[in-house]
Design a protein around this ligand. Structure first.
Ligand code: G3P
Ligand code: MG
Length: 256
């Protein structure tokens, strides 16, 4: 089964940044804990200063690492991910922030895209890689080539769905790897001429904020052949409403 065939199942649950309610988001622990509790996993990808793809949501390191506590980095504010080399990023702790001060050590290593992909290949899990918008720091072509190369190296195109708020990345993905499924991410409003727009991008799916969802739009998208997934849905009643509207899947922080 490939990622698009998965969408033939009803009521899919995506583990948003892994099982982030019980583990530090976007870490190996979060991936491991989501196994058996979701239909696919979503993670966020960025590049280090030296071009290594790593898993991290925020543009800066402060919220989800211990960077601000390390003297050697005190002159590196605002702690942008793209200002740190892979070696520097690897020296940080990605776990302790999550557990607060309970007297135990909960350090977590950096998760690289390389390690995440090996993990999902080994366990044959479906993975949605959200490519964060890095256009201010890296050339689009470079970002996309770096990520696609890692997928190609492992030959796991069947397990992957690529998504981004930066839609230029998605056209480039299709140009370079036609068989890789892509999803257009939107937050505050729909692009004008939505269906034509998605066709132009050769997208397979549309990922929208819950606040933007309405039944007519879901129906229109699906009639046109696009899968529809909604983020971030943590309320069970709302989840059922969305599934009753025909939405394919929801991204959730809480897994059963
Ligand atoms: O990909 C769905 C969702 O993750 C998009 O928002 O900010 O949580 O990455 P964000
Ligand atoms: Mg995301």
């Amino acid at each position: 089964m490939n990622f698009l065939e998965l969408f033939n199942k009803h009521g899919l649950i995506a583990a948003h940044r892994g099982a982030r309610a019980i583990c530090p988001e976007n870490t190996m622990s979060a991936l491991k804990s989501s196994i058996g509790h979701c239909d696919f996993i979503e993670i966020d990808v960025q590049l280090s200063r030296d071009g290594v793809a790593i898993i991290m949501h925020d543009e800066t390191l402060e919220r989800t690492t211990n960077v601000a506590k390390i003297d050697a980095y005190k002159n590196r504010i605002p702690y942008r991910v793209c200002d740190f080399t892979f070696k520097e990023l690897s020296s940080l702790d990605y776990g302790s922030w999550f557990y607060k001060d309970d007297g135990y050590t909960h350090s977590e290593p950096l998760l690289s895209l390389h390690d995440a992909l090996h993990f999902i290949k080994k366990h044959q899990l479906f993975l949605n890689i959200e490519i964060k918008d890095m256009h201010k720091y890296f050339d689009d072509e470079y970002v996309v080539s770096t990520i696609l190369k890692e997928i190609d190296d492992l030959q796991i195109q069947n397990l992957i769905l690529l998504s981004s708020f930066r839609h230029e990345y998605l056209s480039l993905c299709k140009k370079k790897m036609l068989n890789i499924p892509t999803a257009v991410l939107v937050k505050n409003r729909h692009p004008s001429s939505l269906i034509e727009y998605l066709n132009t991008l050769q997208a397979d799916a549309y990922h929208l904020n819950d606040e933007l969802v309405d039944k007519a739009t879901v129906a229109k998208l699906q009639e046109a052949g696009f899968f529809v997934n909604v983020y971030t849905v943590n309320d069970l009643i709302r989840r059922e409403q969305l599934f009753n509207m025909g939405v394919n899947g929801v991204f959730s922080d809480f897994l059963e």
